[in-house]
Design a protein around this ligand. Structure first.
Ligand SMILES: [Zn+2]
Ligand SMILES: [Zn+2]
Ligand SMILES: [Zn+2]
Ligand SMILES: [Zn+2]
Ligand SMILES: [Zn+2]
Ligand SMILES: [Zn+2]
Length: 425
């Protein structure tokens, strides 16, 4: 015990009877005398300021209290507010607990200090490696270390504070993210701090892509539309059918140019027969493009006074003007080459051109009145396709009769027979 304290004790004993009065002062105070350590928050490396407050102070003249602070906090400064006189703080800031003391027992008025409010301001630096969360800062005092002018101990309740170390959320990761699909929305994911296991930021919904895919690429169709179907069962690229008229050999039908769907076929409906210019055929056409075409079937009519006839197609009524008659010998052919006989010529087209009572020589295919090498040449020309058999009297040259040899059919035997006849004459 210090001399000063001893002196105070002696004074106290002298003033024994005044104890009752002091007790009254304590009783009159509103609430319990309390030393309260404030609280603060900060991040690693930051400074946090806390205060130590006095409340319901019944009057004291001296106090020594100790500040205890948790690992991870470094005491940077402790500043006396001047609320109590005679402050004397521990020199070593690293001391834990750190001592704070006030001694005003010898002031001139010998008056206790009844001030309330901020006693000390403490600044802690949060260590960069401090754990996250609450770090206690508390005060204690030894029994007998807070007293008044009467050297009476004054009890104070003690309330601890905390320095809450907040995370800076430096190390983060995205959780619960999900890619959007063609028809389901996705999620960008929540941002979590892996140091403090705190969700820092909510993600956002990502719209479905709408990029539907048809696995087989084939069109599907219903009565009115064609479309593709995605594995998610969404129908997309849905359009009305685009029909064109298609046909097979006998019927036509509407077919979609895109998906190929076909409607019921209908029999083709051909129009009128029309002559095909220059082809001697006639043709009838359906709107679908199907057509029928066949050779004209001419009905020959003799042009009188000529060896010509005109032909009119029985179907399309196309007429051929001035076709040469194909005159044929209408008589039983004689047996011997050179024999003269009477015959009728008639047109093979049955146009009605008939000329009667002609005297001809059997073998005179050229019909020039005599049998000569000219006739042999005619026969050879017809055999060699150098002359049309339609233009001459082939029956007159068909001088070599064989079995199954139709009248007028010429071959080399006819030429040889005619030549032999000329050589032996
Ligand atoms: Zn964090
Ligand atoms: Zn889809
Ligand atoms: Zn279609
Ligand atoms: Zn048709
Ligand atoms: Zn015709
Ligand atoms: Zn004719």
């Amino acid at each position: 015990m210090s001399m000063r304290r001893l002196l105070s004790l002696v004074v106290a004993i002298v003033m024994m009877f005044s104890i009752v009065g002091t007790q009254l002062v304590v009783a009159n105070a509103i609430g319990e005398p309390t030393v309260t350590v404030g609280s603060g928050t900060g991040e690693r490396g930051e400074d946090v300021t806390l205060t130590i407050e006095l409340s319901n102070n019944p009057g004291i003249c001296a106090a020594q209290i100790w500040v205890h602070y948790a690992e991870g906090l470094v005491l940077k400064s402790a500043t006396d507010s001047g609320l109590l006189a005679g402050a004397e703080f521990g020199g070593d800031k690293n001391a834990n607990p750190y001592g704070l003391s006030w001694e005003d027992g010898t002031n001139a008025e010998r008056a206790d200090n009844t001030g309330n409010g901020t006693l000390v301001t403490l600044v802690f630096t949060i260590d960069p490696s401090a754990e996250l969360g609450d770090h206690d800062v508390s005060v204690t005092y030894d029994s007998g270390d807070i007293y008044n002018m009467a050297l009476e101990d004054v009890d104070f309740a003690l309330v601890s504070g905390t320095v809450t170390v907040n995370c800076q959320h430096v190390n983060t990761e995205i959780r619960d993210n999900e890619e959007p699909s063609c028809n389901e929305p996705g999620y960008s994911g929540d941002t979590w701090c892996i140091d403090c296991e705190t969700k820092i930021e909510d993600g956002i919904v990502i719209s479905a892509t709408g990029n539907h895919v048809d696995a087989d690429g084939e069109w599907e169709s219903d009565e009115t539309h064609h479309f593709h179907t995605c594995s998610c069962s969404t129908e997309f690229d849905k359009f009305s059918h685009d029909y064109e008229l298609a046909h097979n050999e006998t019927s036509h039908f509407e077919r979609c140019t895109v998906c190929g769907i076909e409607k019921e076929p209908e029999a083709c409906s051909f129009g009128e027969w029309t002559y095909v210019e220059g082809a001697n055929t006639h043709k009838k056409v359906c709107a679908c493009g199907n057509f029928k075409e066949e050779d004209c079937d001419y009905d020959a009519t003799h042009i009188s006074g000529t060896n010509l006839h005109q032909g009119v197609c029985k179907v399309c009524e196309h007429s051929i003007e001035s076709a040469a008659c194909r005159l044929r010998v209408d008589a039983t052919l004689p047996d011997e080459i050179g024999e003269i006989f009477v015959t009728t010529f008639s047109c093979a087209e049955e146009c009605g051109n008939v000329t009667n009572n002609h005297w001809v020589k059997y073998g005179d295919i050229s019909n020039d009145g005599k049998i000569s090498v000219v006739d042999v040449i005619f026969i050879l020309q017809i055999i060699g396709d150098l002359r049309s058999p339609d233009t001459v009297y082939c029956e007159l040259g068909d001088v070599h009769q064989e079995v199954d040899d139709p009248a007028g059919f010429l071959n080399t035997m006819d030429a040889i027979a005619l030549l032999r006849y000329l050589l032996t004459k």
